[in-house]
Design a protein around this ligand. Structure first.
Ligand SMILES: NC(=O)c1ccc[n+]([C@@H]2O[C@H](COP(=O)([O-])OP(=O)(O)OC[C@H]3O[C@@H](n4cnc5c(N)ncnc54)[C@H](OP(=O)(O)O)[C@@H]3O)[C@@H](O)[C@H]2O)c1
Length: 295
């Protein structure tokens, strides 16, 4: 029931249903007219619609659209794992990094459930040379989106008055320096015009909205926000979109069990914001619901 000839590429996606059909390969006729039926996305059952495909180099072997590719850094648990799952739900392929892939059981399970669509790679964001080597190792890949998500809360005392230079160095390096270093190295690998580079920051990085507390973590995310704005100035020639994102206060190891937002809701929102922003070519500080935040 696959198309008998190669459909015309680069048309417009007309609806979310069309996007789902396109990315899940359920295109049943070459003119793009499809019965939208059954299974995985139940609410589509029984309807008939027309699908036209926007992204889509068509692979000669499978006669299916090539799936978009996202890199998610820090994908073995928490928000990064949720983001990986959400992108897979949209029909994307994912390169997902973990500090220790052999211990990333949840990510391995996800990869096992989506054979051929998740590539797990090792990356420790506290290791500058490792960051450089990782970027070199993906130099031949082109990403539709990159989300640099890994982050740490910093020392438990949370206070500038108790902090050591080593603690501050580690916190700043992982939360601010390494993300920008990696993002800068990957700029040439992100698809010109439609590509999106995202950093998982936090509303706690907003200077304007700073209500006090967690001052070291806030400072590390404020540094990330400032550095991301500086990076944007280097990106203009490629027409990329840069997003500095707040995932909400989320029930993860970092956010704690009392946080109001679940991982799935946050991740779904982040991915929707990333996908919707493609082609926008600006720099924005947005939360997982797409709301603009004060810097
Ligand atoms: N949860 C919230 O409420 C909240 C709110 C605002 C912003 N954020 C931000 O959202 C991001 C994800 O947070 P989360 O809540 O999902 O936290 P989490 O559950 O603690 O997960 C943190 C992730 O970052 C990875 N990571 C930490 N240090 C790393 C390093 N040196 N190299 C590579 N990966 C490293 C962890 O890998 P390991 O398993 O190897 O440690 C893990 O995958 C962070 O940037 C955080 O600051 C979270």
């Amino acid at each position: 029931m696959l198309p008998s000839r190669r459909p015309a590429p680069r048309k417009r996606i007309v609806s979310d249903i069309a996007r789902w059909v396109a990315t899940s390969g359920r295109i049943l006729s070459a003119d793009g007219t499809v019965p939208l039926y059954d299974g995985a996305a139940g609410e589509q059952g029984g309807k008939t619609g027309t699908v036209v495909v926007e992204w889509g180099k068509w692979s000669k072997e499978s006669n299916m659209p090539e799936r978009p590719l996202v890199l998610v850094v820090g994908a073995n648990r928490g928000i990064g794992l949720g983001v990986t799952q959400a992108y897979l739900g949209h029909g994307w392929d994912v390169i997902a990094t973990a500090r220790a892939p052999d211990r990333a059981e949840a990510l391995q399970r996800l990869a096992g459930a989506e054979p051929g669509h998740v590539e797990i790679r090792a990356l420790d964001m506290s290791d500058g040379r490792g960051v450089d080597a990782f970027a070199a190792s993906v130099a031949d890949r082109t990403f539709d989106a990159v989300l640099i998500n890994a982050g740490v809360a910093g020392p438990a005392h949370r206070s500038a008055n108790s902090a050591t230079p080593e603690e501050i160095g580690a916190l700043m390096f992982v939360n601010a320096i390494a993300p920008i270093r990696l993002g800068r190295l990957l700029l040439k690998n992100i698809k010109a015009d439609s590509g999106v580079l995202g950093f998982t920051s936090s509303i706690m990085g907003s200077v304007a909205l700073n209500a006090g507390g967690h001052e070291l973590y806030r400072a590390s995310k404020a540094a990330l926000n400032s550095l991301s704005r500086g990076l944007f100035a280097e990106m203009r020639g490629r027409n990329l979109t840069l997003l500095t994102l707040h995932p909400g206060w989320v029930r993860t190891d970092m956010g704690g069990s009392g946080a109001p937002v679940g991982v799935e809701e946050s991740a779904r929102g982040m991915v929707d914001v990333m996908i919707r922003s493609a082609g926008g070519r600006g720099h924005a500080f947005l939360d997982y619901q797409g709301k603009e935040l004060a810097w």
